[in-house]
Design a protein around this ligand. Structure first.
Ligand code: ATR
Length: 293
């Protein structure tokens, strides 16, 4: 990497960011594509948030990603928000266009792409979504945008599932949306795809699972968006029972590549090389994640 006066700076803001994979992933993609760009991670305190966003304009930081806990808060500090990000209720990617900050969300498309890559279509399928926080909001909405037939949202706190469910139901009349308590999961075993959007099973609580996957039908696909650890207990149990499983790494990689595509306005190159970038990252990321834990 040749850093010089002309190097464009990109970054991640969040709190915490200490074990983030994003700098590794993004710097690899920049290097792979021969871009004179660098990606850093900044831990941002809430009290400094506004000043930091303004300083990004002053320093001409070309773009940044936003992670927990700022994906919603950032929306009040942008000049423009792309339609899908507005629908998904969160911004994870910001592009600085001559001092104008434009917000996008690449999580939804990153998730959808990872299903397509596994040969799973969204249209006309039944989804069971576990969790009703920010990640669930983005994923459930994206599924409705892509024409899912039915979405059932289950959450430990049922009120949150209800608020999210109603929000999606109001906007997408062609998708059936229902919600319930996570405790009633046995009522929804006819789903085609189960997506864990809770943090149950995430490092350091690796020995828990959002639901008992042994109750699921053998043709159900299990998707866990958690990537730390690479294989959660939920996925391990499902695999043992011969169910098809997808881990969170592919969504993480996809959303990163899609962010760069937006920042660098280089759709042709990035789409052409998507598979290659992804292939390299897939084979190395496990090592990187394990080193971070
Ligand atoms: P994110 O932005 O990653 O979605 P979040 O908005 O804090 O994070 O949401 C976390 C989700 O995980 C919530 O749905 C939460 O359930 P509650 O709304 O009841 O808090 C869910 N969650 C966290 N720990 C859980 C656990 N041990 N079992 C089941 N659900 C859990």
């Amino acid at each position: 990497m040749n850093i010089d006066w002309n190097t464009d700076i990109y970054c991640l803001i969040g709190n915490p960011v200490s074990k983030s994979l994003s700098p590794r992933i993004h710097n690899y993609i920049f290097e792979f594509n021969n871009k004179n760009c660098i990606y850093l991670a900044f831990k941002v305190e809430d009290r400094d948030f506004k000043a930091i966003i303004n300083s990004f304009k002053a320093l001409n930081i070309k773009g940044f990603n936003v992670t927990i806990p700022y994906k919603i808060k950032i929306m009040d500090h942008l000049d423009e928000i792309e339609k899908e990000a507005r629908l998904l209720g969160a911004v994870n990617t910001v592009k600085n266009v001559n001092g104008k900050l434009i917000g996008y969300n690449t999580d939804g498309l990153g998730f959808a792409r990872s299903l397509t890559e596994e040969g799973i279509k969204i249209e006309d399928r039944n989804f069971l979504i576990l969790g009703a926080g920010g990640a669930s909001h983005a994923i459930s909405t994206k599924l409705a945008i892509e024409g899912a037939k039915k979405i059932v949202i289950l959450n430990r706190t049922i009120k949150k599932a209800e608020v999210l469910g109603k929000n999606i139901k109001d906007k997408f009349e062609n998708t059936q949306v229902t919600w319930d308590s996570l405790d009633n999961v046995v009522k929804y075993l006819d789903s085609d795809i189960v997506v864990n959007c809770t943090s149950a099973g995430m490092y350091p609580n690796e020995d828990i699972s959002p639901i008992d996957s042994t109750i699921l039908n053998e043709d159900t696909v299990i998707y866990d968006i958690i990537y730390k650890p690479i294989e959660t207990k939920f996925l391990k149990d499902a695999k043992r029972n011969k169910l098809k499983t997808i881990g969170g790494i592919s969504m993480l990689i996809n959303q990163a590549i899609l962010s760069q595509q937006i920042w660098l306005n280089d759709v042709e190159n990035y789409s052409k090389n998507f598979k290659k970038i992804e292939g390299f990252l897939d084979s190395n990321v496990e090592d990187i994640v394990n080193k971070l834990l």
